[in-house]
Design a protein. Structure first.
Length: 247
């Protein structure tokens, strides 16, 4: 149970908001990257998973770098805003991908998104804990994780509805009548491999268009996250092992 009074603290509220936005636009949208590589690029299931490594590496490097910076300087309040801005750049770049995008270009775009997400991955937990009294440290951490999970679930639900709807519209325009596969079938490798080349190309173009639209949807969400992050007060970190500001 998360104590309601925690949400009265601006730092905690901002941490939860940034976590929710990060979940919605990071994890909630990243699930479509393997589909893009399979449907548009013709990659296999294993290969499409390995192609996500640039994003994971960017996330890891940024998360470690943010931790070291905080340990060295004690400053953290600008990291969430930087995270939202870089994530927005990464999402905007990914939205430009189409059937002609190379793997190196896609990897660079994913690395930008991963780096942006990594800047706030653990920082928001630190912010929430720093804002909470010692007795509520566990609840504060749980609140951030819950916000991230809710954001991820909402992002997946909304993006799923958008991509399936846009795919149906685009594939109807690009594929000859009578050959239009449903979205749930179009992303299955065995169905794609059995399609004639003209139909296969139309399906790839339709998915690329739907993919672009669903990533563009994330930009206003990240803008809201950036606005929230800019409201984060510059509260000094409590001494290690000492009481939080609410004690």
């Amino acid at each position: 149970m998360i104590p309601p009074q925690l949400f009265r603290d601006r730092s905690f509220a901002v941490a939860c908001a940034v976590a929710a936005v990060g979940g919605a636009t990071g994890f909630g949208l990243a699930i479509y990257l393997p589909m893009f590589f399979q449907v548009v690029g013709g990659a296999g299931a294993t290969e499409s998973g390995l192609l996500l490594l640039p994003m994971m590496i960017g996330l890891l490097v940024a998360s470690m770098g943010a931790g070291r910076r905080i340990a060295r300087t004690g400053r953290y309040h600008r990291l969430p805003a930087a995270s939202m801005a870089l994530s927005a750049l990464g999402v905007a770049l990914l939205a430009t991908m189409d059937t002609g995008t190379g793997l190196l270009t896609a990897g660079c775009y994913m690395a930008v998104l991963g780096f942006g997400a990594g800047l706030s991955q653990q920082v928001v937990v630190l912010i929430a804990q720093n804002a909470a009294p010692r007795r509520d440290l566990g609840a504060a951490s749980s609140g951030v994780f819950a916000a991230r999970m809710l954001g991820t679930a909402a992002g997946m639900a909304v993006s799923g509805a958008i991509v399936s709807s846009r795919f149906a519209e685009e594939v109807g325009r690009r594929v000859p009548d009578g050959s239009v596969p449903a979205f749930r079938d179009a992303v299955r490798p065995e169905v794609l491999d059995a399609l004639p080349p003209p139909v296969r190309d139309g399906v790839a173009e339709a998915f690329a268009a739907a993919f672009s639209d669903v990533f563009l949807m994330g930009l206003p969400v990240l803008a809201a996250g950036l606005a929230a992050a800019l409201l984060l007060p510059n509260v000094p970190l409590a001494p290690r092992g000492g009481p939080g500001p609410g004690d």
